[in-house]
Write a protein that binds this ligand. Structure first.
Ligand SMILES: [Mg+2]
Length: 244
């Protein structure tokens, strides 16, 4: 079976990297000012809002909302704010965070890499998965960053099996890849259920969806008939069953 693994929140805990990069992007690049101190409470809030995030630019918006004292209580509320902010402004945030990442990788490469931690129970399986021809990483993150993070942990994952959405829906990419490979079924492992098909969505392939319990997931996401959930100790056995 073809397996698609999300990166952030499934393979890698990159919330610290996202916090630092988006903080610099919002304060230094967008607002052109730098607060003298970072209140710990802001960082805690950022971590607690992590489940609402779908891509890099969302982190920058999150910095802005926390700075403005906006309380976020649901995905719907966050998405309404995204709509109000608009695509042009979000693209500005995207350029800002990616320029910061480029700069950090150039000037503080080791520090940047250290802020991305591969989950140990996933790391145990990665060398084996890297050799499975039909196991892909599918992420909203740029493929080059994923390659860097994996290489820093000595994972030799073929670059052609790291897919970046570049703004497209993950399900479209899965569908195209399956039809190009003449395959009918896939497994999709995520920490953000919005990437899964909605209950009335029809696909022309079989898709088994798994929500990981170790990522930045909300409690109410854990009980939903649209997908299964997997705990840390289930990841290895599940991969052996699906990807072998
Ligand atoms: Mg994720």
């Amino acid at each position: 079976m073809t397996v698609f693994l999300d990166f952030d929140g499934v393979i890698c805990d990159s919330v610290l990297e996202a916090y630092v990069s988006s903080w610099i992007a919002w304060h230094r690049v967008i607002c052109a000012e730098q607060p003298a101190a970072v209140p710990l409470v802001e960082r805690r809030l950022f971590y607690s809002y992590r489940p609402f995030i779908r891509n890099g630019q969302d982190f920058v918006l999150l910095q802005r909302l926390i700075g403005q004292g906006v309380t976020i209580s649901s995905q719907q509320q966050f998405d309404r704010i995204l709509d109000q902010v608009g695509e042009d402004e979000m693209q500005r945030y995207r350029r800002a965070i990616y320029s910061v990442r480029e700069e950090l990788l150039r000037h503080d490469r080791d520090g940047w890499l250290r802020r991305n931690r591969i989950y140990p129970h996933v790391r145990d399986e990665l060398d084996w998965l890297a050799q499975r021809d039909r196991c892909y990483i599918l992420s909203t993150k740029k493929a080059a960053y994923i390659s860097e993070i994996l290489a820093a942990d000595a994972v030799e994952w073929p670059p052609q099996r790291i897919l970046s959405t570049e703004g497209r829906a993950k399900l479209s990419i899965i569908g195209e890849l399956l039809s190009a490979d003449g395959q009918q079924s896939a497994a999709f492992v995520e920490d953000q259920p919005d990437h899964f098909p909605s209950s009335n969505q029809r696909l022309d392939f079989d898709l088994k969806c798994y929500l990981v319990r170790w990522g930045y997931v909300q409690q109410q996401w854990l009980d939903n008939p649209r997908y299964s959930t997997i705990a840390e100790n289930q990841f290895g056995p599940l991969m052996r069953r699906l990807a072998d």
